[in-house]
Design a protein around this ligand. Structure first.
Ligand code: FAD
Length: 476
C-alpha cells in the first residue's frame, strides 16, 4: 500500500520553504493537503477583504499543488470535527502542519493533535510562519519582551534559520487533479479589487524582487511618503504565507551583501519584518490581544460610542484630508499606507475617543493583509496600551503630518478628488483656507467636502490631559 501524508494548510499557501509540506513531500507516497474554512466561533474568522484574497489564493495554490502531485481538499466546518474525520477516511500515516500562535488557535490545534495521536496517527507541527518561534526569543529572566529594540537585538543574535530549498516532488501524482478547487463567485464589492492585485506565491516573489531592484534604495525615507510607491506591499502575501518571511529575510540580506550601498534600506526592511515577529511574540505570550489591552495605560479613558463619527471615519468623510484619503484607499484597494494607518487610528482613538477595538474590527474586515497579530498589536500601539507604544498622550496631528509626509498633496489628490484643485498650502487644511481660495478650487465645505467632525485642538488637548467628561462639546 502507498503511504500517505496529510498536510493541514492554514497561513502557508506556498510551495517554497513550507516545512510541513516539505516534510510530507520528502516521504514520497501520496500527499493530500487540506484547507478548512473554519466555522469554529472560538477562532477569529477572516474578514471580507481577506476572505476574498484567500479564495483567489487557494485557487492559484491548488494548481501549483497539483503540478507537484498534491491534491488539495477544501472543506468548511469546525477543524476539530473535520480533521479527525478526514484522517479516519484517508488513513494517512502522518499529519503535518505549520504552527499558528493565537491562544484560541493553539488550544484548537493541541486538542486536534491529542485526538489524532490517540487514534494512532503520527502528528508533527513545524515552524513555518515567523522568523523565529515566539518562545525562542526571551529576556535574560526568561520572560517575553515588552520593548522592541532589545527584542530585535535578541532575534538578530539568535539568527534566522535558512529557508528550505524547493524540493523536487516525489509525491504520487495519481490522485492530483489540475482542477481541484472551484472558487465561489466574488461578492459584488470585490470587483473593484480584482484588477489591483496579482495573487499567489509567484506574484509575491515578483513583488519582492521588484522591491529590491527598484524601491529598497530609497525605502528608509520613502516608506513614510504615502503618495509614493515607497514600500514593498508584501503584507497580504505574508498574511497568507504565499511568501516565506525567512526567504524574504535571507533574500534581502543576500541582496544587501551584493549591493552594499543599499544597506540602510535593507536594514530598515529587516527591522520591519522583526516588527511582525514582535507582534506575534505578544500574541503568543499575552491574553487575547484582540480584546484586552496589553498594558494598563489607558484604562482611565471613557470610550465614546459615537456611531455618526465612526461612520464618517469608515467612509472617509471626517473633513481631515489625509485621514479621508487613507480610509478611501482602504475601501478601494484593501490596503492602506502604514503612516496613514497610524494617523487614522490616532484620530479615531485620541480625537474621537472611539474604542481601538472598533477600529481594529473595521480594519480586520477591510484589509487584505488583516493579520491576527499585527492588526491588534498596531492598534494597541497607536492607542497607547500596546507594547513599546507611544504614550497615550502623544496625539498625531493629521494636518501637520499631512504637510510633512505629503507636502504636495499627491496622496490627497489621488484619493480625495474633491480637493484636487486646492493649492498645496491649503490641501491638508481646507477648513482654514480663505473662502476665495476654496471657491476657486471648487470646494464648498459641508456640501462637497465635510467640515471637520471634531475640533482638533481641543480634542488633542483633552486626550493629552485625558479629561474627557465634556467630550460632547467637541463634535461638530
Ligand atoms: P513594508 O514597509 O514594505 O514592510 C515589509 C513588511 O514588514 C510588511 O509587509 C509587514 O509584514 C512588516 N511590517 C512593516 N511594518 C510593520 C509594522 N508596523 N508592524 C508589523 N509588521 C510590519 N500589518 C499587517 O501586516 N497586517 C495588519 O493587519 C496591520 N494592521 C495595522 C494596523 C494599524 C493601525 C497600523 C498602524 C499598522 C498595521 N500594520 C499591519 C502594519 C503596517 O502598516 C503594514 O504591515 C504595512 O503597511 C504593510 O505594507 P508593506 O507590505 O508595503 O510594508
Amino acid at each position: 500500500m502507498v503511504s500517505r501524508a496529510l498536510v493541514w494548510l492554514r497561513n502557508d499557501l506556498r510551495l517554497g520553504d513550507n516545512p510541513a509540506l516539505d516534510a510530507a513531500l520528502a516521504r514520497g507516497g501520496t500527499v493530500t493537503a487540506i484547507y478548512i474554512h473554519e466555522k469554529d466561533t472560538a477562532q477569529r474568522l477572516p474578514g471580507g477583504a481577506a476572505q476574498w484574497w484567500l479564495e483567489q489564493s487557494l485557487s492559484f495554490f491548488a494548481q501549483q499543488l497539483a503540478k507537484a502531485g498534491v491534491e488539495l481538499l477544501v472543506q468548511t466546518g469546525e477543524s476539530k470535527d473535520l480533521l479527525p474525520k478526514i484522517a479516519k477516511d484517508l488513513k494517512p500515516e502522518v499529519v503535518f502542519w505549520n504552527r499558528r500562535y493565537a491562544p484560541s488557535e493553539r488550544e484548537c490545534d493541541a486538542h486536534i493533535k491529542a485526538e489524532l495521536r490517540q487514534s494512532g496517527f503520527t502528528v508533527t507541527s513545524f515552524s513555518g510562519n515567523l522568523l523565529l518561534e515566539p518562545w525562542q526569543v526571551e529576556t535574560g529572566s526568561g520572560g517575553p519582551y515588552q520593548v522592541f529594540t532589545p527584542f530585535a537585538r535578541a532575534l538578530r543574535q539568535k539568527g534566522v534559520p535558512a529557508p528550505l530549498r524547493l524540493r523536487e516532488s516525489k509525491a504520487n501524482t495519481s490522485s492530483a487533479s489540475q482542477d481541484t478547487y472551484k472558487r465561489p463567485a466574488q461578492p459584488h464589492w470585490a470587483e473593484k479589487m480584482a484588477g489591483l492585485w496579482d495573487i499567489g506565491e509567484e506574484a509575491g516573489y515578483g513583488h519582492f524582487h521588484d522591491f529590491l531592484d527598484e524601491t529598497v534604495k530609497t525605502y528608509a525615507e520613502s516608506r513614510d511618503i504615502p503618495g509614493k510607491h515607497g514600500t514593498s506591499k508584501l503584507s497580504p502575501y505574508l498574511r497568507f504565507g504565499e511568501v516565506s518571511v525567512r526567504q524574504l529575510w535571507h533574500g534581502a540580506l543576500h541582496y544587501g551583501e551584493q549591493h552594499t550601498s543599499l544597506s540602510s534600506g535593507i536594514e530598515k526592511f529587516l527591522s520591519e519584518l522583526i516588527w511582525r515577529d514582535f507582534h506575534y511574540h505578544q500574541l503568543y505570550h499575552r491574553k487575547d490581544i484582540t480584546r484586552y489591552d496589553m498594558r494598563d495605560a489607558i484604562s482611565h479613558i471613557e470610550w465614546h460610542d459615537n456611531s455618526t463619527a465612526f461612520d464618517a471615519w469608515t467612509k472617509g468623510q471626517t473633513g481631515f484630508p489625509i485621514v479621508d484619503a487613507g480610509m478611501r484607499q482602504l475601501w478601494a484597494t484593501g490596503w492602506m499606507h502604514n503612516r496613514v494607518r497610524m494617523l487614522v487610528a490616532s484620530l479615531l482613538t485620541k480625537n474621537l475617543l472611539i474604542d481601538w477595538r472598533r477600529g481594529e474590527e473595521w480594519f480586520w474586515d477591510t484589509l487584505v493583509d488583516a493579520d491576527i497579530a499585527s492588526n491588534p498589536g498596531s492598534w494597541q500601539w497607536v492607542a497607547g496600551c500596546g507594547m513599546d507604544a507611544a504614550p497615550y498622550f502623544r496625539v498625531f496631528n493629521p494636518v501637520v503630518q499631512g504637510e510633512r509626509f505629503d507636502a504636495k498633496g499627491t496622496y490627497i489628490r489621488q484619493w480625495v478628488p474633491e480637493l484636487a484643485n486646492m493649492p498645496d498650502k491649503w490641501i491638508h487644511k481646507p477648513f482654514d483656507a480663505p473662502e476665495d481660495i476654496r471657491e476657486k478650487a471648487g470646494v464648498t465645505l459641508g456640501t462637497n467636502y465635510p467640515q471637520p467632525i471634531v475640533d482638533l485642538k481641543s480634542s488633542s488637548h483633552r486626550a493629552r490631559s485625558s479629561k474627557n467628561a465634556d467630550h460632547n462639546d467637541l463634535f461638530a
